[in-house]
Design a protein around this ligand. Structure first.
Ligand SMILES: Cc1cc2nc3c(=O)[nH]c(=O)nc-3n(C[C@H](O)[C@H](O)[C@H](O)COP(=O)(O)OP(=O)(O)OC[C@H]3O[C@@H](n4cnc5c(N)ncnc54)[C@H](O)[C@@H]3O)c2cc1C
Ligand code: SF4
Length: 488
């Protein structure tokens, strides 16, 4: 532990953001890094707890007190080595993770928790700046060939781990660029895409091959892939969008959030050849869905120049603080206010959309809602009750549906005869990440349903261990919670 009295001396301090008026003019990241001396003080706040609950809060099992201590001492290179021993891509999680580790931090019981996520981001950025992150190709190749389907964080993590074990890895990605939802879901203002490109260059130098515009099950034969490769890891995400089966859902002006976000990310990357332009410019926008995707639609709409942005959430408004049934160190379902919310939106909770309304040309002009109440009874699923006389009409020209995802696509599952689970994800458990078909594994959102980047990286790493063991009989790749195994 660096400084015994650190947590008593220093207050929590995180990066400030550029003023709203300035940052909504573009799609660039907008946080202002802390000076190094301030970061060291933040590292000094860590109490190096005998039982560090932050470890169990982190799905990767990051060695948090160890790198906090190195940061306090200014040993950034050592901090970077510790961080990378459990996390392939801390530059993604350091920017985008909701930080369950911080909710589990012991200091958080009666003080503000350690700024673990921001420390993580600064360690990895120091490492890139100083040229410490370099390609590290394996010395020996096993001759085994592995296909990874999908290039989101789970696919990239699985690919890097398996390449480190000496296997020849090819990543197949149906989009034109690598990165999964990091590339074509999450907006640039949360993470600029050069952050992905910088890492992918290193993966390429390490010997991983990337095939883009390669849609397995469509223009790449899944059965042939199975024959040509010694193992397949399916990391295709949970991409089936939840629809809204109400009157008017087919009007011009009602779009799935992912179509809107993907098009915007492509536009920011310099593309402009769209069959249909989806834009919030000059429009009254209603975003339906109060999660991460909804928040990203709000930030994007404001940057595109929306006249107004309104957000509906069907669930009740959560409490500001921890709800009593989710005490420390659990992840609390409390009201989250993102930087995008602060940029301008009116939020409504306990509201359900009943109908979209259009003009005679099929263009959206408004929608109708009712207020709802959730009825909770022990042992039963919560029931939704519409409140009488609460019907309301809203004018709008653009509706973005951010209602979540229902599971994985079935194309590959049908072609390879894979079982799906009851939530329509590809079925495999966390003991070995194996599907019912020998040699086919699955990880990330495709296995667990729409989740978080940190879980995707964790699953990719864990699955890689089991693929390596399947191919070689044993594996030296690290497994979470197994600190005795050599770390690569
Ligand atoms: C809008 C949005 C914002 C989010 N924001 C955050 C956030 O701030 N923080 C956070 O932690 N999480 C966030 N998430 C969740 C997070 O992005 C996902 O949990 C994570 O990306 C899952 O990683 P993955 O590798 O399993 O799948 P994905 O990232 O979904 O990647 C799957 C990839 O597989 C490709 N693919 C699918 N099928 C095939 C096929 N048959 N052939 C070839 N390629 C295929 C897809 O094109 C895609 O590139 C967000 C999600 C969304 C939708
Ligand atoms: S729980 Fe918090 S204070 Fe304790 S070791 Fe982890 S980061 Fe440090």
């Amino acid at each position: 532990m660096g400084k015994i009295t650190g947590f008593l001396e220093y207050k929590r301090e995180v990066e400030a953001y550029k003023p709203i008026k300035e940052r909504v003019k573009n799609f660039k990241e907008f946080s202002i890094p802390l000076p190094e001396s301030h970061l060291k003080n933040q590292g000094a706040r860590c109490m190096d707890c005998g039982i560090p609950f932050c470890h169990s809060g982190c799905p990767l099992g990051n060695l948090i007190p160890d790198f906090n201590d190195k940061v306090y001492k200014g040993k950034w290179k050592e901090a970077a080595a510790i961080l990378h021993s459990t996390n392939n891509f801390p530059e993604f999680t350091g920017r985008l993770c909701p930080a369950p580790c911080e909710e589990a931090c012991v200091l958080g019981i009666n003080e503000d928790p350690v700024t673990i996520e921001n420390i993580e981001k600064n360690i990895v950025e120091q490492a890139f700046k100083n040229g410490w992150i370099v390609a590290n190709p394996p010395e020996i190749r096993t001759g085994k060939k592995i296909a990874v389907v999908g290039s989101g964080p789970s696919g990239l993590a699985a690919a890097q781990q398996l390449n480190r074990a000496g296997h020849l890895v090819t990543v197949f990605e149906r989009d034109d660029k690598v990165g999964g939802l990091l590339r074509y879901g999450i907006p640039d203002f949360k993470m600029e895409k050069l952050v992905i490109d910088r890492r992918v260059k290193i993966l390429e130098k390490e010997g991983i091959s990337f095939e883009t515009n390669a849609h397995v099950g469509v223009n790449v034969d899944a059965v042939k892939l199975k024959k040509e490769f010694d193992a397949i890891v399916l990391c295709g995400g949970a991409t089936v969008r939840r629809p809204i089966p109400i009157k008017g859902a087919d009007l011009k002006g009602v779009y799935q959030a992912m179509d809107f976000l993907k098009q915007n990310n492509k536009r920011v990357a310099g593309k402009n050849d769209f069959d249909e332009v989806i834009s919030a410019k000059g429009k009254h926008v209603i975003v339906i869905g109060g999660g991460d995707t909804g928040s990203d639609c709000i930030g994007t709409s404001n940057r595109q120049g929306a006249k107004s942005v309104t957000n509906f959430e069907i669930l009740d408004k959560p409490t500001e603080g921890r709800p009593p049934h989710q005490p420390w160190p659990y992840w609390p379902m409390r009201l989250r206010t993102s930087s995008s919310h602060k940029e301008g939106v009116e939020r409504f909770f306990s509201i359900s959309t009943k109908e979209f309304i259009g003009d005679k040309n099929g263009n959206l002009t408004g929608l109708k809602t009712v207020e709802v109440e959730w009825i909770f009874k022990e042992g039963e699923r919560p029931q939704l009750k519409e409140l009488p006389n609460t019907e309301k009409h809203w004018n709008c020209d653009l509706v973005l549906l951010a209602l979540g995802f229902t599971g994985a696509e079935k194309t590959i599952a049908d072609q390879l005869g894979l079982e799906m689970d009851f939530r329509t994800n590809i079925k495999a458990n966390t003991n070995d990440y194996r599907t019912n078909v020998s040699g086919v594994f699955t990880a990330g959102d495709m296995r667990r349903g729409q989740s978080l980047i940190v879980w995707a990286i964790s699953e990719g790493r864990q699955a890689a261990y089991h693929v390596d063991k399947y191919l070689m009989g044993s594996s030296n790749l690290p497994l979470k919670d197994d600190n005795d195994l050599p770390r690569i």
